[in-house]
Each structure stands twice: as structure tokens, then as C-alpha cells.
Ligand binder design. Structure first.
Ligand SMILES: Nc1ncnc2c1ncn2[C@@H]1O[C@H](COP(=O)(O)OP(=O)(O)OP(=O)(O)O)[C@@H](O)[C@H]1O
Length: 326
């Protein structure tokens, strides 16, 4: 197996407010290999966005960060966002949900791409223009030359998302963080953008961390999944294994809450709501919402168990229902 491009161990993040530090991530570990697409899923507030922002050195000044990270075999000083940015700058790119927020409405895409590429690489504007055009061709932008002359309001949401991906790819990143990039798109355009991300990751060996709350997208796109609950990884496994044999009760509940197309089976809702980081339940944070919770779940934090299929942290995993843990 190839060595990880990025490894994060025991990532802890808190946000300082006037009275205290509210802990939001409690020791998140994950890795991403070249060409691998890792999905990061979880409910709102579970820490999906905080994780990559910490990895990229993009958290605000009130963040208190701890843990270890390595990128391309170099140790990152994760507690020091400026030092992390220095190493990752130009090696990692971020795309997010609202592409139009990445661009000024007052300048053409061509001008903005050329500005960004020449600022990042020191290239002349003429050379940066050629790189920009090639990047628009790589993302299969219809009429790439025409797109260079267009303003952001003159293109569709899907096309703006392609330009943002072109911008992200123009610095030849090794790592791409995609934070819900297709949530605002209609389903056909969403499928095209997912296909594009997969093709680019595989052909260029880019490691992708894809953040989403949509398990359908994960099934279509990702190689491996990391499930977050209340700032902790509760399960991680290759996508097929996780969908067919989830171990953590929360993972199973999430899968059960997916609508099944063409199936008469009603989807289940997860009772209650995700806890606030400032008031986490004792033991397993999911226990108040879990029908299979035991006394141990209420009092003791579950330890991470590693199996051939993946890792999970649950005192009473789904596999134990059949008398065995797979
Ligand atoms: N700058 C900040 N200052 C204080 N608290 C923050 C800050 N950024 C995030 N948080 C808190 O950290 C927790 C995790 O937020 P995060 O945005 O990572 O969750 P998420 O899983 O991405 O949610 P969503 O799906 O809604 O985007 C939330 O409780 C959020 O309020």
C-alpha cells in the first residue's frame, strides 16, 4: 500500500470564547493516500469543516489546536497555522459549496485566474493565462476561451464550480479538500462534478478529503469513509464495507436514515439531536440516542477497535448482534 500523503493523529481543536475554551474535536485521526478519495461524514456541528481547516492552517485566532500531522513525510506544526500554511501553500487546495464566494463579481474569470496563478507561481501573466486556459480545459469547461472573458454572474452554478476546481488545480495540488462542493447543484450537474473530481484524483494521484452529509454522494464517489460524531471518529472503513457491514450504532442509524429509491421500506430518523460541544453526554456521546446503549456506554468512552475491515469505537457494535464482531 502506498504511504499516506497526509496523516493526522489525535487532532484536538477548541474555540476560545470570553469564558472558556469549548472543545470541538477530541482526538481525530485520519489519513489520505495519493489518488484516494476519503469521505468525511457526520451531522451538522460534528466537526467536519473544522477538521480540514485545522489541517490546512486556516482556523481563526481563537482556535486552540493540538495533535500531530505529517504531509508528504514532513512533520507539520499543526498547532501553528502560519507554519502549516507555509508547508501546505501551493500543495493543497480547497473547494467549497458556494463557488461565487471565491470570485469577485467585478472581474472576469480570466483575470482572476491569471492574478491567482501568477501570484502563486511568479509566472508572467502571459504564461499564467496559458495555465488558466489549460486548467479550464482540464475541468471540461464548455468554451474555455469564452469562459475566460465572462464575469461570475454570467455562468451557471455548475460552471462556476468547474472554474473553482480549475483554480484549485492550477497550482498542481497533491491534496484537495472539497467541503460540500456539490450541495447547491442540481442532481445531474452534481453527478458531472463528482465524476470530474474522481477522474482528476485518479489520473493525477491527488488525495481528496470530501466533506459531505450526503451518504449517496459518498457511495458514488469515495474509496473510504470516516464517520464523525460530536468531534470524534466513531468509525472508518472502505466504502463498500461500511455500507454493508457498519459496526458503530451511529453509522448504522445514519445509513438507515437514507431514503431508499424504489423501496417500500420507510427510512428511519435518528431520535433526538446532535449534542452541543459545550455539553457532551458522558461515556459514548451517542448513547442518549442509541436504542442499544448499555450501562457501559453511558459511563465509559469507547476505545477504538481495529479489525481487518476498518476501525470503530462502540461498546456494543452491530456485529455483536449476531454474536460476533467482524
Ligand atoms: N470560529 C469558531 N468559533 C467558535 N466555534 C466554532 C467556530 N467554528 C466552528 N465552531 C463550532 O465548532 C463546532 C463544529 O463546527 P463545524 O463547522 O466543524 O461542524 P460541521 O460538522 O462542519 O457542521 P455543518 O455541517 O453544519 O457545516 C460547532 O459547534 C461550531 O459552532
Amino acid at each position: 500500500m502506498t504511504a499516506p500523503l497526509l496523516e493526522i493523529n489525535d487532532l484536538r481543536v477548541g474555540f476560545r470564547n470570553r469564558r472558556a475554551v469549548v472543545q470541538v474535536l477530541h482526538g481525530v485521526s485520519l489519513d489520505i493516500r495519493p489518488g484516494e478519495i476519503v469521505g468525511l461524514v457526520g451531522e451538522s456541528g460534528s466537526g467536519k469543516s473544522t477538521t480540514p481547516l485545522a489541517m490546512l492552517g486556516l482556523l481563526p485566532a481563537n482556535a486552540v489546536i493540538g495533535g500531530q500531522a505529517r504531509f508528504e513525510n514532513r512533520t507539520l506544526d499543526i498547532a501553528n497555522p502560519a507554519a502549516t500554511r507555509k508547508i501546505l501553500g501551493g500543495r493543497a487546495s480547497l473547494i467549497f459549496q458556494q463557488p461565487l464566494k471565491a470570485f469577485s463579481p467585478y472581474a472576469t474569470f480570466g483575470r482572476q485566474l491569471v492574478d491567482a496563478i501568477s501570484a502563486q507561481t511568479g509566472m508572467s501573466r502571459t504564461d499564467a493565462g496559458k495555465v488558466a486556459l489549460a486548467a479550464l480545459e482540464d475541468v471540461q469547461m464548455p468554451d474555455p476561451e469564452g469562459a475566460m472573458a465572462r464575469y461570475p454572474h454570467q455562468v451557471s452554478g455548475g460552471q462556476a464550480q468547474r472554474v473553482m476546481i480549475a483554480l484549485a488545480l492550477s497550482c498542481n495540488p497533491k491534496l484537495l479538500v472539497a467541503d460540500e462542493p456539490t450541495t447547491a447543484l442540481d442532481v445531474t450537474v452534481q453527478a458531472q462534478v463528482l465524476h470530474l473530481i474522481r477522474e482528476l484524483a485518479k489520473s493525477r494521484g491527488i488525495g481528496v478529503l470530501f466533506i459531505t452529509h450526503d451518504l449517496g454522494v459518498v457511495a458514488e464517489l469515495c474509496d473510504r469513509v470516516v464517520v464523525l460524531y460530536a468531534g470524534r471518529v466513531c468509525e472508518t472503513a472502505p466504502v463498500a464495507g461500511l455500507f454493508h457491514h457498519p459496526q458503530h450504532r451511529y453509522t448504522r442509524a445514519l445509513l438507515g436514515s437514507m431514503p431508499h429509491l424504489g423501496s417500500a421500506q420507510a427510512f428511519e430518523t435518528i431520535p433526538g439531536s446532535a449534542p452541543s460541544p459545550a455539553a457532551l453526554p458522558s461515556g459514548c456521546a451517542f448513547h442518549p440516542r442509541c436504542a442499544a446503549a448499555t450501562e457501559r456506554c453511558r459511563t465509559e468512552l469507547p476505545q477504538m477497535v481495529t479489525t481487518e475491515a476498518g476501525r470503530f469505537a462502540c461498546w456494543n457494535p452491530v456485529g455483536s448482534d449476531k454474536g460476533r464482531v467482524v
